[in-house]
Design a binder for this molecule. Structure first.
Ligand SMILES: *[C@@H]1O[C@H](CO)[C@@H](O)[C@H](O)[C@H]1NC(C)=O
Ligand SMILES: *[C@@H]1O[C@H](CO)[C@@H](O)[C@H](O)[C@H]1NC(C)=O
Ligand SMILES: *[C@@H]1O[C@H](CO)[C@@H](O)[C@H](O)[C@H]1NC(C)=O
Ligand SMILES: *[C@@H]1O[C@H](CO)[C@@H](O)[C@H](O)[C@H]1NC(C)=O
Ligand SMILES: *[C@@H]1O[C@H](CO)[C@@H](O)[C@H](O)[C@H]1NC(C)=O
Length: 566
C-alpha cells in the first residue's frame, strides 16, 4: 500500500501515537497504517507502508534479480516501511524499516555485500524476529549436552537496511557519479541510521534503547567505517570478515586472474586440481599442526605451504598427481603475501584451505566481477577496461584515488572506543574471499596505537577467529554463530555464549564481554539433521588449542590459549 503525503498528517500521527504505544495488535496496526514516515524525511517517497502478520512471506517484485532475494518469510507481527530517500540531486537509496509489534527498545542496522546494492532482507527479518521455533535439535555428539530449541527469547529489535544507493550487484552506476559512490561508501548507512532512529521513536513513542549494527564482508567494512566516521551511530557493532583496506582488497582480488590466466591458457590449473592435488597437499602439510587431523587448519598463521612439494618428481616421487613447474609458480604466487614492488605488504596471503571454494571463484580463470566493476567504474572510469591488464600500478591508483574515502583502514577507533562503543568481529579461517590474516593485521594496527595493551583492546574490540569457516558462513568448522538470517541463526540459543548478536548486546548493556563464542556445526549444515559438534572460538591473540587427548569433537578437548602472537 502506498500512502501519499498529506500536510495534516503530522498532527494526526502524533495524536494517534499518543494513545497507542502498542497496547494491542489493533492499536499497533492502526498506528502503523496511519503513520506518515515520508513527512519526517525530507523529499522521501513512500514505497510501502504495511502491517505484516507473522507467517507472511513477502515478495519483492521490484528487487533487482541479481540480488537473488525474491522473497522473505517474516516471523513476527511488524510494521513495514519502505522509502526512497534522495541523498543528492543525482543519487538516492531504497530503505526498509521493519518495526516489530513487540519491541525490545533496540535498533539494529544491517549491511550489504560485495559492491552490491542489495538489501539483506534475511538480516532485517532476523533482527525483527520473535521467539522462534519449538523444534528440538538433538546433539549427535552426546558429550555436548546443551538444551536446544525450547522457545528461546528473541531479539525483537526494530531493524532496517538499505540498498546502499544502487540496485543489484553491478557497479555500473558508480560511473561518473560520485554521489552514488559516496552513498555506497558511507552515506546510505549513516543517513538510514538517522532516519531509523527518528521514525522508531516517533512510531513507538518511547525512548530509544541501544543501537546496533550487524554485517559481514562489505557489511563488516561498513560497520567499522561507521565506527570511524560516526562513532555516535552505534553502541555495538558486529563486523564479520570485514572488507577493510577496501581498495587493496579489491586489487588483491583483481590480481588472481592475471596469475591464473584464463581457462584456455596452457598452464591453467583446473578447479578439480585445486580441490584435490593442491588441497590435499595443503592439508598434508598443515592439518596436523594443531594436533588433530580433521581437515581443519585451526590457525592459518602457522600454515606456510611449501608449494615446491607439488612439483612432479619432487623427492623422487613417481606420482602423476602433481604440477608442472609453471603451475607450481602460479600456486606460489597465489599463496604468497601480495607485495608492492618495493617489497612492503599490499595485502596478506590467502587462507590455506580456502582453495576448495576459491577454485570456482578467485582462481577460476575468470575475472572477478566485483573487482572488475570497481576498477572500471570507480577507479579508472574506463568501462572498456580489460582485466587481463591489471597491474600494481592500478593498485597504487586505487589507493591514491580512494573514492569517497572508502578505504576503511583507520589506525585508531578512539572516538568510538572513548564513548563506550563495542566492536565484535569474527572471521572464518578458511575464508575464500577475504583473507582472515587481514583481520589479524587490522587488530594489530589498532593494538599498536595502545602499545599492544591487551586489556585496552579487549575493552572495546574483540576479534573471533573461526576455524573451518568460509566467507561469512559455511565450511567444515563449527561456523554457526548467529551471524545472520540466512544462516541457522534461529536454531542456536540466543545467548552470549552462542550468538554474536546476543553477545554484543550483553557486552553493551551489561558490560559482560564475550571471551569465547561457541560455534555450532549442524550435520551436513542441515538443521533438521541435528548438531554434529560444537567448538569454542577464541578471540585474538588466543588460539584454539587441542588438549592432546580426548575426542576432538568434544568441546572440552579444546581451550583458548594466549600465544602472544604479536
Ligand atoms: C528537497 O528537494 C528540493 C527540490 O528538489 C531541494 O531543493 C532540496 O535541497 C531537497 N532537500 C533535501 C534535504 O534533499
Ligand atoms: C533503484 O531502483 C529504484 C526502483 O526500485 C529506482 O527508483 C532507483 O532510481 C534505482 N536506483 C538506481 C541508482 O538506479
Ligand atoms: C621423501 O621421500 C621419503 C621416502 O619415500 C619419505 O620418507 C619422505 O617423507 C619424503 N619427504 C617429503 C617431504 O615428502
Ligand atoms: C633421488 O634419487 C636419486 C637417484 O636415485 C638419489 O641420488 C637421490 O638421493 C634421491 N633423492 C631423494 C630426496 O630421495
Ligand atoms: C612501498 O610502496 C608503497 C606503494 O607505493 C608505499 O605506500 C609504501 O610507503 C612504500 N614503502 C616503503 C618502505 O617505501
Amino acid at each position: 500500500m502506498v500512502r501519499t503525503a498529506c500536510s495534516l498528517c503530522v498532527m494526526h500521527c502524533i495524536l494517534t501515537l499518543g494513545v497507542s504505544a502498542s497496547d494491542n495488535q489493533a492499536n499497533f496496526k492502526s498506528t502503523c497504517l496511519s503513520f506518515n514516515p515520508a513527512s519526517y524525511v525530507p523529499n522521501a517517497t513512500l514505497n510501502r507502508l504495511e502491517y505484516i502478520t507473522a507467517g507472511t512471506t513477502l515478495t519483492f517484485a521490484d528487487n533487482d534479480p541479481s540480488c537473488n532475494r525474491p522473497s522473505q518469510a517474516v516471523n513476527v507481527d511488524l510494521c513495514r516501511i519502505a522509502l526512497s530517500v534522495p541523498t543528492s540531486q543525482q543519487s538516492s537509496f531504497n530503505y526498509e524499516l521493519w518495526l516489530p509489534e513487540t519491541w525490545n527498545g533496540r535498533t539494529l542496522a544491517t549491511g550489504n555485500g560485495g559492491i552490491d546494492g542489495c538489501i539483506k532482507y534475511e538480516d532485517i527479518a532476523y533482527g525483527a524476529a520473535n521467539g522462534f521455533s519449538s523444534m528440538y535439535y538433538k546433539p549427535l555428539n552426546t558429550r555436548s549436552s546443551m538444551p536446544f530449541g525450547t522457545g528461546r527469547p528473541a531479539f525483537n529489535s526494530d531493524t532496517f537496511g538499505t540498498n546502499n544507493g544502487h540496485n543489484g550487484t553491478s557497479g555500473a552506476t558508480f560511473y561518473e557519479n560520485d554521489d552514488v559512490v559516496i552513498d555506497f561508501s558511507w552515506r546510505a548507512l549513516h543517513t538510514s541510521v538517522k532516519i531509523g532512529k527518528k521514525l522508531t521513536s516517533l512510531i513507538y513513542h518511547k525512548t530509544l534503547g541501544k543501537s546496533y549494527y550487524i554485517g559481514c564482508s562489505l557489511g563488516g567494512r561498513q560497520g567499522i567505517g561507521n565506527a570511524e566516521r560516526f562513532p555516535e551511530d552505534f553502541d555495538g557493532i558486529v563486523a564479520g570478515a570485514p572488507a577493510v583496506d577496501f581498495n587493496s582488497l579489491y586489487s588483491w582480488r583483481a590480481s588472481f586472474f592475471p596469475i591464473t590466466g584464463d581457462t584456455e591458457s596452457p598452464d591453467f590449473i583446473s578447479p578439480n586440481t585445486w580441490k584435490t592435488t593442491i588441497h590435499n597437499e595443503v592439508i598434508k602439510q598443515c592439518d596436523s599442526i594443531d594436533g588433530v587431523e580433521d581437515g581443519i587448519i585451526e590457525d592459518p598463521i602457522l600454515c606456510h605451504v611449501d608449494t615446491a612439494r607439488l612439483l612432479c618428481g619432487y623427492n623422487n616421487s613417481t606420482s602423476t598427481d602433481c604440477l608442472s613447474a609453471a603451475q607450481v609458480g602460479i600456486v606460489k604466487a597465489i599463496f604468497d603475501d601480495y607485495l608492492w614492488p618495493n617489497g612492503t605488504l599490499l595485502y596478506p596471503r590467502v587462507n590455506p584451505g580456502g582453495e576448495l571454494l576459491a577454485a570456482d571463484g578467485l582462481y577460476s580463470g575468470k575475472p572477478y566481477g566485483p573487482s572488475v566493476d570497481w576498477f572500471k567504474y570507480a577507479i579508472l572510469e574506463e568501462p572498456s577496461w580489460d582485466p587481463t591488464t591489471y597491474t600494481r600500478d592500478d593498485a597504487l591508483l586505487a589507493v591514491q584515488k580512494n573514492p569517497a574515502d572508502i578505504d576503511t583502514w583507520p589506525s585508531s577507533l578512539g572516538a568510538f572506543q572513548g564513548r563506550g562503543g563495542k566492536l565484535l568481529s569474527y572471521h572464518g579461517q578458511q575464508d575464500q574471499q577475504i583473507s582472515s590474516l587481514n583481520s589479524v593485521r587490522f587488530w594489530k594496527r589498532l593494538a599498536e596505537e595502545v602499545d599492544y595493551d591487551l586489556d585496552k583492546m579487549d575493552a572495546f574490540y574483540r576479534l573471533f577467529r573461526i576455524p573451518g569457516m568460509n566467507h561469512c558462513a559455511g565450511g567444515p568448522g563449527a561456523w554457526t554463530v548467529g551471524q545472520g538470517g540466512s544462516t541457522p541463526a534461529y536454531n542456536i540459543p540466543f545467548d552470549k555464549d552462542h550468538n554474536v548478536l546476543a553477545a554484543i548486546v550483553d557486552w553493551v548493556e551489561k558490560g559482560v564481554a564475550p571471551d569465547e563464542i561457541v560455534g555450532t556445526k549442524f550435520v551436513g549444515d542441515s538443521v533438521d539433521a541435528g548438531i554434529s559438534y560444537q567448538h569454542r572460538h577464541c578471540r585474538y591473540p588466543y588460539r584454539s588449542t587441542y588438549s592432546g587427548s580426548g575426542d576432538p569433537l568434544d568441546i572440552d578437548s579444546w581451550h583458548c590459549v594466549n600465544f602472544g602472537g604479536y
